[in-house]
Each structure stands twice: as C-alpha cells, then as structure tokens.
Design a protein around this ligand. Structure first.
Ligand SMILES: [Fe+2]
Length: 391
C-alpha cells in the first residue's frame, strides 16, 4: 500500500471501515474471503473502530463523508427514522458550507477604553457638530464622503474629549423609503450598518466625551416601513430587553460604542447648552432657511437635513441687554457629486461641519479638497478608509 496515492489509501480505509468486502477484494485483486482477513488485519493495525450497518447518527455521516470539521460548518442537520416493509430506515442529512465563506457581522471593539472625563461647565464644553452622512452604497461606491469622515476625526482630535452631536440622516436607508431605487442600491443594508458602526466607532476612539445622535427622516424610514408592512413586529421588545428589536440602537450597536440616540424624527433633539439646541430639521418638511428659522426662534438652533451651509443671526433686546440668537446649517457629510439619490443630480449641497463652543458657532466648510477651520486646511489622511473597509 505504500505506493498508493492518498486517495487510494483513503478508499481502502473507507472500504475496511464500512465492511465493503466486495469493493475491497476488487480493489486489491484478491478473493472476498482474503479481503475479510485483510480488513481484520488492517483494522487492528490502524486501530479503526468497528462500524457497521447504516448511518444512523450525524457523527457517523460526517466521518463517512470525511469532512474536516475545522474547514466546514454545519448549517442544518436532519435525522429521520421510520419502519418499512424491508426493515427500519434511517435518513441522516446535513447541509454544510465552507467556513471560509462565513460572514461575521462587525463588532466594535475599542481598545484601551479611555477614562470618562470630568464633566465640564456648559460654556467650556466643545461640541463637534456632524451633519447628514447618508451612509450607504451604490454598488461598491460609498454615498457617504470618506474624506469628510477622515477630516472630522482630525477635528475631533484637535480638542480634549469634545462632545459630538450627529444631526441625523446618518443612514440614507435608500431602499426603505417610498421612492423607486436602482439595482445598485439593493442588498446593501448589512454593509451599510457595518460601515456606520465602524465610522461611529472611529469617533469613540478619539473622544471620551458625549456622542449624541439624532434621528433623521431617512433613519426613520426603517421604523416607518416596518410599521406599514410588518406591524406585528413594530415596537416589539424581546423579554429582558428595554427597547424595540428593530431600533437604531440595536441595528448599530450604539450601546457598545457609547452613543445616545434621540428620536424618533422629528422629535429628537439635543440641547448643547441652555441657549442652543440641535435637531435634524428646523421643521419636518423642507422650505425653511436659517433666515426664516431665526425670525421665529428665541434660542439658537443647529439643524441638518438641508445639506446646505447657511447661518443667520438675530439680536434680541431683553431686560438686561442684547442677546444673540443664531440658526445655522452646516452642510453634509455625504458626497455631493450626485451619487446620493435626491430630486436631481446637481444638488445645491455643500460639505462641512461645525464646532460650537462658549455660545460661538463656527462653520468649517469643505472647499477644493480641504476643510477650512480656524485658518488651517485639513485634508484626508486615510484614517476613515482604514477604519471602514468595504465589506
Ligand atoms: Fe433629512
């Protein structure tokens, strides 16, 4: 047998193990009686356990198929037994797949968690304001702007554990809305969730401050679609849990990243200090501007949704003197080259982010490949690409 190939040796071993003496005799070119003697000798020499009769168990089936359990996993197994006229009939089936094809949803692990910073007085707190990211994919093309995410990480790192507020429409949730979508948008949801969790984890890796996330109308598409099409599961809470199964917190693993979610749209809001609140939209539908908003409000408002950069200020005269109210929109963290579905390809959209500190709102616009902030130009370094691989 030493000249035989591995395959031939396995064939003989299998015939021995399963008492296939006719096959063995043919293989060795010897009479059947000698094949039985050979099998007995071979079994003893190689310490092969006696197995005979039909396959009745899953381990027997796996041994028979010579499956390497390191390389294969069992998706499904089925064992049936019934009496027939010719005796008992056992049926054992297993559906297997190579482990190399297994997909593992992303799990965010923040190495060396940073200590919780001491709370600062409201006026000393820095808020980095990140507008609509519209995270999603068109085929393999991201619709969110990875350059903006990369630069946002740099701005966050400029400060000592700043707070971060995310203004909503973090997900584009393209196929969850009522509008028709293209083939390239289909089957992207898992990848979108993984990417969003990675990008949010990138924020957490750079600050121990608060990360507050507001629900946008696009994020809310998921909740609305479930309410419309599968109301049976809407707002269902699994025993022992404290929020609906299908919630942004669960979908994005926000508890693990340390992100607080505020919703549903349009009610989600975050007060950056007693004079300034962040919302997704100044009001649920479009058509408003910073100018119209500031005329109505007695406090400052930073809002997303419009994807435009604009700011309007008003001075209120009160009993102790003047007080400034500022309303502003700080653009988008999404691409503006037409890849994000909208009413048209050439949108009047701008990229940018804001920093709000001590009652002062600063807009940092992304112009000609760089973000301009406090006299400096910030360009993408590749950090966001590294932390958010395409999957
Ligand atoms: Fe929006």
């Amino acid at each position: 047998m030493t000249d035989w190939s591995d395959y031939e040796q396995e064939d003989v071993a299998s015939a021995v193990r399963w008492h296939k003496y006719d096959r063995l005799a043919k293989k060795l070119g010897i009479p059947r009686t000698e094949a039985r003697e050979f099998a007995a000798w071979y079994r003893e020499k190689h310490d092969i356990k006696r197995e005979s009769g039909p396959i009745r168990t899953l381990p027997q089936l796996l041994r028979h198929a010579q499956l390497d359990e390191e390389a294969w996993s069992i998706d499904h197994a089925d064992i049936k037994y019934r009496e027939t006229a010719s005796g008992p009939l056992h049926t054992v089936t297993a559906k297997v797949r190579p482990k190399s094809l297994e997909f593992h949803p992303v799990r965010i692990t923040i190495e060396a968690p940073r200590p919780t910073p001491k709370p600062k007085p409201a006026d000393e707190q820095v808020w980095v304001v990140l507008p609509d990211a519209q995270i999603g994919f068109y085929y393999d093309e991201p619709m969110h702007c990875l350059e903006m995410w990369d630069i946002a990480y740099q701005i966050i790192s400029e400060f000592d554990d700043p707070n971060v507020v995310i203004l909503g429409d973090t997900l584009d949730a393209t196929t969850w809305g009522q509008y028709q979508t293209k083939p390239g948008h289909q089957n992207q949801f898992q990848r979108t969730l993984n990417t969003a969790a990675d990008l949010l984890g990138g924020i957490r890796a750079r600050t121990a401050g608060r990360i507050e996330m507001i629900d946008g109308n696009h994020d809310d598409r998921i909740r609305k679609k479930i309410l419309k099409d599968v109301p049976q599961i809407f707002d269902v809470i699994a025993p022992g849990q404290n929020r609906p199964l299908v919630s942004m917190e669960n979908l994005l693993g926000l508890d693990d990243i340390g992100v607080t979610y505020h919703g549903p749209y349009p009610d989600g809001e975050v007060w950056l200090n007693p004079q300034c609140k962040a919302v997704h939209a100044g009001r649920p539908s479009g058509g408003y501007t910073a100018h119209t908003l500031v005329q109505k409000s007695t406090y400052s408002i930073v809002y997303g949704h419009s994807h435009k950069i604009e700011m309007a200020q008003r001075t209120l005269w009160e009993h102790d003197g003047p007080r400034d109210v500022v309303c502003w929109s700080t653009g988008t963290m999404a691409r503006t080259d037409g890849i994000v579905p909208g009413e048209k390809e050439r949108q009047n959209w701008q990229r940018g982010l804001s920093v709000y500190q001590g009652g002062v709102a600063e807009i940092a616009p992304f112009v000609a490949g760089a973000l301009r902030f406090r006299g400096n130009s910030y360009k993408a370094s590749g950090a966001a690409l590294i932390s958010a691989p395409l999957r």
